[in-house]
Design a binder for this molecule. Structure first.
Ligand code: TXA
Ligand code: MG
Length: 356
Protein backbone atom coordinates (compact mmCIF):
# COMPACT_ATOMS: atom_id res chain seq x y z
CA UNK A 1 0.00 0.00 0.00
CA UNK A 2 1.21 3.48 -0.83
CA UNK A 3 0.41 6.44 1.41
CA UNK A 4 0.31 9.74 -0.47
CA UNK A 5 0.87 12.83 1.64
CA UNK A 6 -0.02 16.12 -0.05
CA UNK A 7 2.17 18.80 1.49
CA UNK A 8 0.66 22.23 0.92
CA UNK A 9 2.61 24.26 3.39
CA UNK A 10 6.23 23.33 3.76
CA UNK A 11 6.20 22.92 7.51
CA UNK A 12 9.50 21.14 7.95
CA UNK A 13 8.69 19.44 11.24
CA UNK A 14 5.41 18.05 10.11
CA UNK A 15 4.08 14.62 10.92
CA UNK A 16 4.33 13.53 7.28
CA UNK A 17 8.08 14.09 7.15
CA UNK A 18 8.60 12.26 10.45
CA UNK A 19 6.49 9.38 9.21
CA UNK A 20 8.36 9.18 5.88
CA UNK A 21 11.75 9.30 7.64
CA UNK A 22 10.59 6.42 9.88
CA UNK A 23 9.66 4.43 6.78
CA UNK A 24 13.12 5.02 5.27
CA UNK A 25 14.83 3.95 8.50
CA UNK A 26 12.81 0.72 8.50
CA UNK A 27 13.88 -0.11 4.93
CA UNK A 28 10.89 1.30 3.04
CA UNK A 29 10.90 3.45 -0.09
CA UNK A 30 9.79 7.09 -0.16
CA UNK A 31 9.32 9.29 -3.24
CA UNK A 32 10.05 12.92 -2.43
CA UNK A 33 10.26 16.26 -4.22
CA UNK A 34 13.55 17.97 -4.94
CA UNK A 35 14.06 21.29 -6.73
CA UNK A 36 14.97 19.34 -9.92
CA UNK A 37 12.72 16.28 -10.23
CA UNK A 38 11.15 13.82 -7.77
CA UNK A 39 13.48 11.20 -6.30
CA UNK A 40 12.81 7.62 -5.16
CA UNK A 41 14.63 7.30 -1.86
CA UNK A 42 16.09 4.47 0.20
CA UNK A 43 18.35 4.57 3.26
CA UNK A 44 21.83 4.49 1.75
CA UNK A 45 23.13 1.70 4.04
CA UNK A 46 20.16 -0.61 3.45
CA UNK A 47 21.15 -2.93 0.60
CA UNK A 48 17.74 -4.58 0.43
CA UNK A 49 15.95 -1.26 0.11
CA UNK A 50 18.46 -0.11 -2.52
CA UNK A 51 17.88 -3.36 -4.40
CA UNK A 52 14.16 -2.63 -4.41
CA UNK A 53 14.74 0.84 -5.88
CA UNK A 54 16.37 -0.83 -8.89
CA UNK A 55 13.50 -3.33 -9.13
CA UNK A 56 10.71 -0.77 -8.86
CA UNK A 57 12.29 1.39 -11.58
CA UNK A 58 13.33 -1.52 -13.78
CA UNK A 59 16.77 0.10 -13.69
CA UNK A 60 19.87 -1.72 -14.96
CA UNK A 61 22.12 -2.61 -12.00
CA UNK A 62 25.15 -0.99 -13.68
CA UNK A 63 23.63 2.48 -13.31
CA UNK A 64 24.60 4.00 -9.93
CA UNK A 65 22.41 6.14 -7.67
CA UNK A 66 22.95 9.65 -6.34
CA UNK A 67 23.37 9.90 -2.56
CA UNK A 68 21.42 12.83 -1.10
CA UNK A 69 22.79 14.55 1.99
CA UNK A 70 21.74 17.21 4.47
CA UNK A 71 25.18 18.33 5.64
CA UNK A 72 28.90 18.18 4.93
CA UNK A 73 29.17 15.68 7.83
CA UNK A 74 26.97 13.36 5.80
CA UNK A 75 29.30 13.76 2.81
CA UNK A 76 32.15 12.64 5.06
CA UNK A 77 30.19 9.45 5.83
CA UNK A 78 30.00 8.43 2.17
CA UNK A 79 33.17 9.84 0.58
CA UNK A 80 36.70 8.55 1.18
CA UNK A 81 38.11 12.03 0.69
CA UNK A 82 36.79 15.51 -0.12
CA UNK A 83 39.12 17.33 -2.54
CA UNK A 84 39.48 21.12 -2.58
CA UNK A 85 37.35 21.47 -5.73
CA UNK A 86 34.48 19.73 -3.97
CA UNK A 87 34.58 22.22 -1.11
CA UNK A 88 34.40 25.09 -3.59
CA UNK A 89 31.39 23.57 -5.34
CA UNK A 90 29.64 22.65 -2.10
CA UNK A 91 30.08 26.14 -0.74
CA UNK A 92 28.74 27.96 -3.80
CA UNK A 93 26.27 25.53 -5.39
CA UNK A 94 24.77 23.66 -2.42
CA UNK A 95 22.10 23.21 -1.50
CA UNK A 96 21.15 23.03 -5.17
CA UNK A 97 21.04 21.11 -8.43
CA UNK A 98 24.69 20.01 -8.61
CA UNK A 99 25.85 16.41 -8.06
CA UNK A 100 29.53 15.93 -7.24
CA UNK A 101 31.26 12.62 -7.98
CA UNK A 102 33.80 11.85 -5.22
CA UNK A 103 35.99 8.91 -4.19
CA UNK A 104 33.69 6.29 -2.64
CA UNK A 105 33.76 5.72 1.11
CA UNK A 106 34.00 2.05 2.13
CA UNK A 107 30.71 2.03 3.98
CA UNK A 108 28.64 2.78 0.85
CA UNK A 109 27.12 -0.45 -0.48
CA UNK A 110 28.43 -1.51 -3.90
CA UNK A 111 24.89 -1.66 -5.26
CA UNK A 112 24.53 2.12 -4.71
CA UNK A 113 27.60 2.91 -6.82
CA UNK A 114 27.11 0.01 -9.26
CA UNK A 115 30.54 -1.30 -8.30
CA UNK A 116 32.37 1.98 -9.12
CA UNK A 117 35.03 3.37 -6.80
CA UNK A 118 33.31 6.76 -6.89
CA UNK A 119 30.11 8.00 -5.30
CA UNK A 120 27.79 10.74 -6.58
CA UNK A 121 26.61 13.14 -3.84
CA UNK A 122 24.16 16.01 -3.82
CA UNK A 123 22.51 18.32 -1.28
CA UNK A 124 19.08 19.26 -2.67
CA UNK A 125 17.59 22.66 -1.85
CA UNK A 126 13.91 21.65 -1.68
CA UNK A 127 12.78 22.11 1.93
CA UNK A 128 10.88 18.80 1.93
CA UNK A 129 13.92 16.89 0.67
CA UNK A 130 16.21 18.59 3.17
CA UNK A 131 13.98 17.97 6.16
CA UNK A 132 13.37 14.37 5.10
CA UNK A 133 17.11 13.67 5.02
CA UNK A 134 17.72 15.56 8.26
CA UNK A 135 14.93 13.66 10.01
CA UNK A 136 16.22 10.33 8.62
CA UNK A 137 19.60 11.21 10.09
CA UNK A 138 21.52 9.40 7.34
CA UNK A 139 22.09 9.92 3.61
CA UNK A 140 19.34 8.87 1.21
CA UNK A 141 20.16 7.12 -2.07
CA UNK A 142 17.71 8.23 -4.74
CA UNK A 143 17.42 8.07 -8.50
CA UNK A 144 14.70 10.03 -10.28
CA UNK A 145 11.31 8.51 -9.40
CA UNK A 146 10.34 7.40 -12.91
CA UNK A 147 10.28 3.93 -14.46
CA UNK A 148 13.62 3.55 -16.24
CA UNK A 149 13.65 5.18 -19.68
CA UNK A 150 10.64 7.44 -19.14
CA UNK A 151 10.75 11.22 -18.58
CA UNK A 152 11.61 12.12 -14.97
CA UNK A 153 8.66 13.17 -12.79
CA UNK A 154 8.30 16.91 -12.33
CA UNK A 155 5.15 16.79 -10.20
CA UNK A 156 3.69 14.58 -7.49
CA UNK A 157 0.93 13.64 -9.92
CA UNK A 158 3.50 11.99 -12.22
CA UNK A 159 4.88 9.93 -9.34
CA UNK A 160 1.42 8.83 -8.21
CA UNK A 161 0.69 7.68 -11.76
CA UNK A 162 3.96 5.73 -12.08
CA UNK A 163 4.59 4.30 -8.62
CA UNK A 164 1.26 3.97 -6.80
CA UNK A 165 1.10 0.58 -5.08
CA UNK A 166 4.83 -0.07 -5.57
CA UNK A 167 6.39 1.95 -2.74
CA UNK A 168 5.46 2.89 0.82
CA UNK A 169 5.17 6.70 0.72
CA UNK A 170 4.82 9.49 -1.84
CA UNK A 171 5.43 13.04 -0.59
CA UNK A 172 3.59 15.22 -3.08
CA UNK A 173 4.54 18.90 -2.98
CA UNK A 174 3.30 19.81 -6.44
CA UNK A 175 5.59 20.91 -9.24
CA UNK A 176 9.36 21.06 -9.01
CA UNK A 177 11.28 24.28 -9.64
CA UNK A 178 13.75 23.33 -12.41
CA UNK A 179 11.95 20.37 -14.00
CA UNK A 180 15.26 18.92 -15.19
CA UNK A 181 17.82 16.86 -13.26
CA UNK A 182 20.97 18.04 -11.52
CA UNK A 183 24.27 18.60 -13.29
CA UNK A 184 26.73 15.78 -12.57
CA UNK A 185 30.44 16.68 -12.32
CA UNK A 186 33.25 14.23 -11.61
CA UNK A 187 35.98 15.95 -9.64
CA UNK A 188 38.15 12.85 -9.29
CA UNK A 189 39.53 13.62 -12.76
CA UNK A 190 41.87 16.48 -13.63
CA UNK A 191 40.38 18.65 -15.00
CA UNK A 192 36.94 17.77 -13.62
CA UNK A 193 34.54 16.18 -16.13
CA UNK A 194 30.93 16.98 -16.89
CA UNK A 195 29.06 13.66 -16.75
CA UNK A 196 25.55 15.03 -17.26
CA UNK A 197 24.51 18.58 -18.14
CA UNK A 198 21.72 19.72 -15.84
CA UNK A 199 20.02 22.55 -14.04
CA UNK A 200 23.30 24.33 -13.22
CA UNK A 201 25.20 25.35 -16.34
CA UNK A 202 28.75 24.31 -17.21
CA UNK A 203 29.58 28.01 -17.29
CA UNK A 204 28.43 28.34 -13.65
CA UNK A 205 30.51 25.36 -12.56
CA UNK A 206 33.58 26.74 -14.33
CA UNK A 207 33.08 30.12 -12.72
CA UNK A 208 32.97 28.52 -9.26
CA UNK A 209 36.04 26.34 -9.89
CA UNK A 210 37.94 29.14 -11.62
CA UNK A 211 38.93 26.80 -14.47
CA UNK A 212 37.60 24.93 -17.49
CA UNK A 213 36.09 21.50 -17.05
CA UNK A 214 36.02 18.71 -19.63
CA UNK A 215 32.76 18.66 -21.55
CA UNK A 216 32.71 15.31 -23.30
CA UNK A 217 31.73 14.95 -26.91
CA UNK A 218 28.39 13.33 -26.18
CA UNK A 219 27.04 16.61 -24.91
CA UNK A 220 28.32 18.67 -27.79
CA UNK A 221 25.84 18.04 -30.50
CA UNK A 222 24.87 16.22 -33.60
CA UNK A 223 27.61 14.51 -35.51
CA UNK A 224 29.91 14.07 -32.48
CA UNK A 225 30.69 10.68 -31.03
CA UNK A 226 28.30 9.74 -28.25
CA UNK A 227 30.55 8.28 -25.60
CA UNK A 228 28.72 7.96 -22.29
CA UNK A 229 30.72 8.77 -19.16
CA UNK A 230 28.05 8.54 -16.49
CA UNK A 231 26.85 4.96 -16.77
CA UNK A 232 23.25 6.15 -16.94
CA UNK A 233 23.84 8.22 -20.04
CA UNK A 234 24.30 5.27 -22.34
CA UNK A 235 20.65 4.28 -22.14
CA UNK A 236 17.86 5.77 -24.23
CA UNK A 237 16.08 7.97 -21.79
CA UNK A 238 13.34 10.47 -21.17
CA UNK A 239 11.45 8.98 -24.11
CA UNK A 240 7.70 9.31 -24.54
CA UNK A 241 5.74 6.39 -26.04
CA UNK A 242 5.32 8.55 -29.13
CA UNK A 243 8.16 8.50 -31.66
CA UNK A 244 10.16 11.69 -31.23
CA UNK A 245 11.87 13.34 -34.19
CA UNK A 246 14.32 16.10 -33.29
CA UNK A 247 15.07 18.78 -35.87
CA UNK A 248 18.24 20.79 -35.24
CA UNK A 249 19.68 23.80 -37.04
CA UNK A 250 23.27 25.14 -37.19
CA UNK A 251 21.99 28.40 -35.72
CA UNK A 252 18.69 29.61 -34.35
CA UNK A 253 18.48 33.14 -35.72
CA UNK A 254 15.29 34.46 -37.30
CA UNK A 255 16.07 33.09 -40.76
CA UNK A 256 17.05 29.66 -39.50
CA UNK A 257 13.95 29.45 -37.32
CA UNK A 258 11.78 29.92 -40.41
CA UNK A 259 13.64 27.12 -42.27
CA UNK A 260 13.47 24.97 -39.14
CA UNK A 261 9.72 25.44 -38.85
CA UNK A 262 9.23 24.69 -42.57
CA UNK A 263 11.19 21.50 -42.18
CA UNK A 264 9.29 20.49 -39.03
CA UNK A 265 6.01 20.86 -40.93
CA UNK A 266 7.30 18.94 -43.97
CA UNK A 267 8.59 16.16 -41.72
CA UNK A 268 5.28 15.92 -39.85
CA UNK A 269 3.34 15.88 -43.14
CA UNK A 270 5.52 13.07 -44.51
CA UNK A 271 4.48 10.87 -41.60
CA UNK A 272 0.89 10.59 -42.79
CA UNK A 273 -1.26 8.53 -40.40
CA UNK A 274 -1.62 8.82 -36.68
CA UNK A 275 -1.80 11.86 -34.48
CA UNK A 276 1.03 14.23 -35.42
CA UNK A 277 2.19 16.71 -32.80
CA UNK A 278 4.80 19.44 -32.62
CA UNK A 279 6.97 20.67 -29.74
CA UNK A 280 7.49 24.31 -30.60
CA UNK A 281 8.35 27.69 -29.10
CA UNK A 282 6.64 31.06 -28.88
CA UNK A 283 8.99 32.38 -31.57
CA UNK A 284 7.97 29.74 -34.13
CA UNK A 285 4.30 29.37 -33.24
CA UNK A 286 3.32 31.82 -36.02
CA UNK A 287 4.67 29.40 -38.66
CA UNK A 288 2.47 26.53 -37.45
CA UNK A 289 -0.83 28.35 -37.10
CA UNK A 290 -3.40 26.76 -39.38
CA UNK A 291 -1.15 23.76 -40.10
CA UNK A 292 -3.58 21.45 -38.33
CA UNK A 293 -0.90 19.84 -36.15
CA UNK A 294 -1.43 19.75 -32.42
CA UNK A 295 1.26 22.15 -31.24
CA UNK A 296 2.66 22.23 -27.70
CA UNK A 297 4.59 25.31 -26.65
CA UNK A 298 7.67 24.74 -24.50
CA UNK A 299 8.07 28.46 -23.85
CA UNK A 300 10.10 31.33 -25.20
CA UNK A 301 13.59 30.84 -26.65
CA UNK A 302 14.57 33.91 -24.64
CA UNK A 303 13.87 31.98 -21.41
CA UNK A 304 15.59 28.60 -21.47
CA UNK A 305 14.79 28.13 -17.78
CA UNK A 306 11.13 27.98 -18.74
CA UNK A 307 11.82 25.58 -21.64
CA UNK A 308 13.80 23.23 -19.37
CA UNK A 309 11.07 23.39 -16.74
CA UNK A 310 8.34 22.46 -19.22
CA UNK A 311 10.28 19.82 -21.15
CA UNK A 312 9.51 16.63 -19.19
CA UNK A 313 5.98 17.77 -18.44
CA UNK A 314 5.31 18.11 -22.17
CA UNK A 315 7.10 14.86 -23.02
CA UNK A 316 4.55 13.20 -20.73
CA UNK A 317 1.72 15.32 -22.07
CA UNK A 318 2.21 14.14 -25.67
CA UNK A 319 1.51 10.60 -24.48
CA UNK A 320 -1.53 11.70 -22.47
CA UNK A 321 -2.79 13.34 -25.68
CA UNK A 322 -2.00 10.13 -27.59
CA UNK A 323 0.31 11.68 -30.15
CA UNK A 324 1.96 8.97 -32.25
CA UNK A 325 4.68 11.14 -33.79
CA UNK A 326 6.18 14.24 -32.19
CA UNK A 327 8.44 16.56 -34.14
CA UNK A 328 10.52 18.78 -31.84
CA UNK A 329 12.64 21.85 -32.52
CA UNK A 330 16.24 22.04 -31.35
CA UNK A 331 18.06 24.69 -29.26
CA UNK A 332 21.61 26.08 -29.19
CA UNK A 333 24.13 23.91 -27.28
CA UNK A 334 24.97 26.57 -24.70
CA UNK A 335 24.05 27.20 -21.09
CA UNK A 336 20.77 25.49 -20.28
CA UNK A 337 20.40 24.82 -24.01
CA UNK A 338 23.07 22.10 -23.62
CA UNK A 339 20.94 20.43 -20.95
CA UNK A 340 17.75 20.69 -22.98
CA UNK A 341 19.45 19.27 -26.08
CA UNK A 342 21.00 16.43 -24.10
CA UNK A 343 17.54 15.33 -22.93
CA UNK A 344 15.91 15.83 -26.33
CA UNK A 345 18.65 13.88 -28.12
CA UNK A 346 18.33 11.01 -25.67
CA UNK A 347 14.57 10.98 -26.10
CA UNK A 348 14.67 11.13 -29.90
CA UNK A 349 14.52 8.11 -32.16
CA UNK A 350 15.43 10.24 -35.18
CA UNK A 351 17.67 13.33 -35.36
CA UNK A 352 17.88 15.66 -38.34
CA UNK A 353 20.08 18.68 -39.08
CA UNK A 354 18.51 21.25 -41.44
CA UNK A 355 20.45 23.67 -43.62
CA UNK A 356 19.84 27.36 -43.30
O1 TXA B 1 18.35 15.97 -10.01
C1 TXA B 1 18.74 14.82 -9.83
O2 TXA B 1 19.93 14.49 -9.95
C2 TXA B 1 17.69 13.75 -9.45
C3 TXA B 1 17.15 14.11 -8.06
C4 TXA B 1 16.20 13.05 -7.55
O3 TXA B 1 18.21 14.31 -7.19
N1 TXA B 1 18.26 12.45 -9.49
C5 TXA B 1 18.59 11.82 -10.63
O4 TXA B 1 19.09 10.55 -10.46
O5 TXA B 1 18.46 12.31 -11.72
P1 TXA B 1 19.27 9.49 -11.63
O6 TXA B 1 19.57 8.23 -10.95
O7 TXA B 1 18.09 9.53 -12.49
O8 TXA B 1 20.54 9.96 -12.40
C6 TXA B 1 21.83 9.85 -11.79
C7 TXA B 1 22.91 10.00 -12.84
C8 TXA B 1 22.97 8.80 -13.76
O9 TXA B 1 23.29 9.24 -15.07
C9 TXA B 1 24.12 7.99 -13.16
O10 TXA B 1 24.75 7.15 -14.09
C10 TXA B 1 25.04 9.09 -12.66
O11 TXA B 1 24.16 10.08 -12.16
N2 TXA B 1 25.91 8.62 -11.57
C11 TXA B 1 25.56 8.25 -10.32
N3 TXA B 1 26.62 7.84 -9.62
C12 TXA B 1 27.70 7.98 -10.42
C13 TXA B 1 29.09 7.73 -10.29
N4 TXA B 1 29.60 7.25 -9.16
N5 TXA B 1 29.88 7.99 -11.35
C14 TXA B 1 29.38 8.48 -12.50
N6 TXA B 1 28.06 8.72 -12.68
C15 TXA B 1 27.23 8.48 -11.68
MG1 MG C 1 16.85 9.32 -14.00
Amino acid sequence: MTIVFRLRSLDQDCFEIRYAAGVLRKGGLVAFPTETVYGLGALVWDEKAVERVFQVKGRPSDNPLIVHVFSVEMVEKVAARIPEDAYKLMEKAWPGPLTIVLPRGKSVPRSVTAGLDTVAVRMPSHPVALSLIRETGDPVAAPSANPSGKPSPTSGRHVVRDLMGKIEVILDAGETLYGVESTVVNITTDPPTLLRPGAITVEDVERILGRKILVPEFAKGLGHAEKPLAPGMKYRHYAPEAKLILVEAPSYDQECLKSLADYVKTKALSKGNGKLCLLATLETLQYYLGSGFETFILGSRGNLFEIAKNLFTLLRKVDEEQCTIVVAEGFPDMGLGLTIMNRLRKAASEKILVNC
